[in-house]
Design a protein around this ligand. Sequence first.
Ligand code: FE2
Ligand code: FE2
Length: 396
Amino acid sequence: MKKENLSPALSSEATSTTTSEDVNANWERVVRRRSFLKGLGIAGATLTAGSLLVPAGLADTRPRKSGSSGKLGKGDVAILKFLAAAELIESDLWTQYAELGGANGGNPAYILALQNLDGDMPQYITDNTDDELSHAAFLNAYLQFRGEQPVSLDAFRTLPSSQATGARQIGRLTNLMNLNVDTSWYTRYRSGQNPDLGAHFKGPVTIVNEPAIPLNDIDTPPNQPQPVPPETPQESRMQAIANTAGFHFAMIEQGGSSLYATLAQQVQDAEVLRIVISIGGVEIDHFGLWHDKAGNAVAQPLAGVTDPETGLTFPDLNNPAKELTQTNKILPEPCSFLSKSFPKCSVIRPTSTTNSGATAAVTGLTSDLLFQGQSSQFFDLVTQLATDADAAQRGF
Ligand SMILES: [Fe+2]
Ligand SMILES: [Fe+2]
């Protein structure tokens, strides 16, 4: 349900980083904040190879399925490496959102437009960003802990930043300025059908070549008001950009929800399974939140915004309210699962390698145009990481 503008949602936890150094700094901050690795003893340490000591309190002496040496099987390594890459990608895009629209974000009009979806949007963006940074740093630290190489995508931080007030001028992995946002998840989670049993879904809004962050201050002045409904073409433009972000947040996180649930089925090592299902649970938590917020872009009083430059319109999906569109039906509808002969079951879907494995994730993000402008070497690397992860065989 919609929370009306509750607060300016200011916080000291804004995050705006993309380099590995910054990731390290954030990792240390996250450790301090959450204290969940208290005693790890790596204060001041970096994530470079060989720098991470095995802390006595963390050593796991249980027998491992993957071998007496404690080395992980190649399938588990491939899964962890792909997930580390996916989390670096998530971190990059969420950092861009946080710089402009987070709790300490730098673009006031964008923040106001996001707050028309929910007053707490900036805080949620900041916290989601923190979570992704922690996922990436943890997975790379754990790879090193198990004697493996961490994953770095720093060589591909080459894409331009937004020119809008608030965006740092640094190289990016991802492009949020011209997105095709797949909104089929909205219908899928309201449906009793399951893509793993052959169902296909069409989203309620077709978002094509639309920015999800402001492009520059001429297109959307950073200090303009954002009334509901918007009164000027530039206010409509900014609101459409914020609405697009709202749908993109949910698209990204539902993808993560399915990806982790899919790859968990191929893990061998008990501790790796613990990691995959524990991080995956947070992706699901994120998705549930963003599902709710996206619905506010297509509900009164905000519904009806049209981008004057692209013609994209966000309709009122409660007029009339239908099973597959009603905006507050945000909890997953029970659906067919495993076989249509079983009773319907409320589950994350899809969870098959074909539909939601690593390769499917890369394909989905590429179709989203998230990597528009990236080099062929980037695609080669993430495709190889995905292929290796999907090839992992569970051992039980
Ligand atoms: Fe994540
Ligand atoms: Fe995520």
